[in-house]
Design a protein around this ligand. Structure first.
Ligand SMILES: CC(C)(COP(=O)(O)OP(=O)(O)OC[C@H]1O[C@@H](n2cnc3c(N)ncnc32)[C@H](O)[C@@H]1OP(=O)(O)O)[C@@H](O)C(=O)NCCC(=O)NCCS
Length: 175
């Protein structure tokens, strides 16, 4: 348990709990995380729900919880010793802009840095798609220190018409 996080507006958490906790995920958290995706159909197509169920046991996750509810999560996959990819990041929409996403990303990057990771990738929808909801998503990653280094279109595995913005953040110098 990483402890309670400092929320910009604690009242927004509502009647469930006044405390949001960020901790590493366990196998029991997967359906709570899928429920977060299911609440964001403008960002996550239905096929991502099973993809998350499949990839969850192979990754390392962090969840934000209020009471027993998962209100946000990050999933990270490691393929190489010194790098990692954030494959999912999502917060329940009634809790956006309250610091939950930042707390999750900070916790995951801190954990990865302690584990020897020096560079972290995240893929999101490129600006050239002209899809307004992802303006805020790209701003979120840029404000958290991620830098765009490429746009790949089409990206294998992504549905056509979804140019992929490749972002990276360094956690330590690589040379
Ligand atoms: C992206 C996401 C995880 C962020 O979670 P969150 O809890 O809202 O994040 P935070 O509250 O910690 O931070 C949001 C930041 O984005 C900024 N932001 C929000 N909307 C913005 C906009 N339209 N333009 C510019 N900045 C914006 C906020 O000002 C804030 O930055 P600040 O901390 O410097 O003030 C969440 O919004 C989400 O689930 N989005 C939909 C799914 C998604 O896009 N996932 C990522 C896929 S790659």
């Amino acid at each position: 348990v990483l402890g309670g996080i400092r929320l910009r507006d604690p009242a927004r958490i509502g009647i469930l709990s006044e405390v949001v906790t960020v901790r590493e995920a366990t196998a029991e958290d997967v359906e709570g995380c899928v429920a977060v995706l299911a609440g964001l159909p403008g960002y996550f197509t239905v096929d991502t729900h099973d993809d998350l169920r499949t990839s969850f046991p192979h990754g390392r996750g962090w969840v934000a919880t209020a009471g027993t509810d998962v209100i946000g999560f990050v999933l990270v996959v490691r393929r190489y010793p010194r790098s990692a990819e954030i494959t999912y990041a999502a917060v329940r929409s009634d809790q956006w802009d309250n610091g939950v996403g930042t707390a999750l990303v900070d916790a995951s990057l801190d954990g990865l840095a302690k584990d020897g990771v020096v560079i972290v990738e995240v893929k999101t929808l490129d600006a050239s798609a002209g899809y307004e909801p992802y303006v805020a998503t790209r701003a979120f990653w840029e404000l958290r220190g991620f830098v765009q280094l490429d746009c790949i279109d089409p990206l294998p595995g992504w549905q056509p018409g979804n140019p992929s913005a490749i972002y990276v953040a360094s956690l330590n110098a690589t040379r």
